[in-house]
Design a protein around this ligand. Structure first.
Ligand code: MG
Length: 290
């Protein structure tokens, strides 16, 4: 087991060096993001400014009253105030904006922001520090940037198309593990998988995995991008979650698969590229692997 661990570590560190070298040709981290082209630079700066504002509002909150929304999830006054602030900031760009709660700007622009002001509102409202803000950006419907900010942990993940995925400005890389029986996997609420009639398949994957943990929402997703866990499976997500997750996954070197859910949203699987196909095979159905 120890030899196995050492071998794994060696592979991971050699890959990291390789990725860093290739990355530095394109972008000097000390000048981040000055070497991005003007369009990307403006989006990068506005995305970061929006997350700074969001973090300022939520990071010291330890309890919030909530009400139930029609879809069964929770809403607090902070979801709305964060959304309003982010919307105001992102409105400075020449892009449409789609948000989880109320606000939207649809003018048929090439670029579109997708905003989940607080992902993990259940955790947020109860003082569990595993909530965050998710922002994604598309160009002609293709995800090109992803942001996840975890205010209580002080962690910010950013991915930029063809530039990589960063945790607090340091390049991170997803797992490349190939055997499910060595993998740590995580997934969202099994209740959602039951509604999708996928609970038996999820159970089978869980049985095959080395271990599983219920890391929730954007905190759980982020563990894939830095290779802390090998695979995440989530059911019935919205575009203000999936746009960012897709770009963060692909730019961290992870694989990403999606399939339409019963409600017309998306079931997604992301993590080590070498685990995606064996997982979609078990679930069955018409998955798109990216
Ligand atoms: Mg939310």
């Amino acid at each position: 087991m120890v030899e196995h661990l050492l071998a794994k570590e060696k592979v991971a560190s050699s890959n990291l060096v390789f990725r860093s070298k290739s990355f530095h040709k394109k972008l000097d981290m000390n000048e981040f993001p000055n070497q991005l082209d003007n369009n990307l630079k403006q989006f990068f700066i506005l995305g970061n400014t929006a997350l700074d504002a969001s973090r300022k509002i939520t990071k010291d909150v330890n309890f919030a009253n909530s009400e139930l929304k029609d879809d069964g999830s929770l809403l607090t006054k902070f979801d709305l105030s964060v959304e309003e602030k982010i919307f105001e900031i992102l409105s400075e760009s020449d892009a449409d904006i789609i948000t989880e709660e109320i606000l939207e700007k649809k003018e048929n622009k090439e670029f579109c922001w997708y905003v989940d002001p607080i992902d993990g509102t259940t955790s947020f409202s109860k003082g569990i520090p595993l909530f965050g803000t998710i922002i994604g950006l598309t160009h002609k419907d293709k995800p090109i940037m992803g942001f996840i900010d975890l205010p209580k942990l002080g962690d910010r993940y950013i991915s930029i198309n063809k530039y990589g995925c960063f945790l607090n400005k340091k390049l991170v890389k997803a797992s490349e593990l190939g055997n499910l029986n060595e993998a740590i996997i995580s997934y969202g609420s099994p209740q959602r998988f039951a509604k999708e009639n996928l609970i038996d398949q999820l159970r089978k994957i869980d049985d095959l995995a080395w271990d599983s943990r219920g890391y929730s929402d954007c905190f759980g997703y982020s563990l894939v991008f830095r290779g802390a866990i090998d695979l995440f499976i989530e059911a019935d997500l919205n575009p203000w979650e999936t746009v960012a997750i897709e770009n963060l996954s692909l730019e961290s070197g992870a694989g990403y698969a999606e399939k339409e859910s019963i409600n017309g949203k998306k079931n997604i699987i992301f993590g080590s590229k070498n685990l995606i196909e064996q997982t979609t095979d078990i679930f069955g159905g018409d998955w798109t692997i990216k």
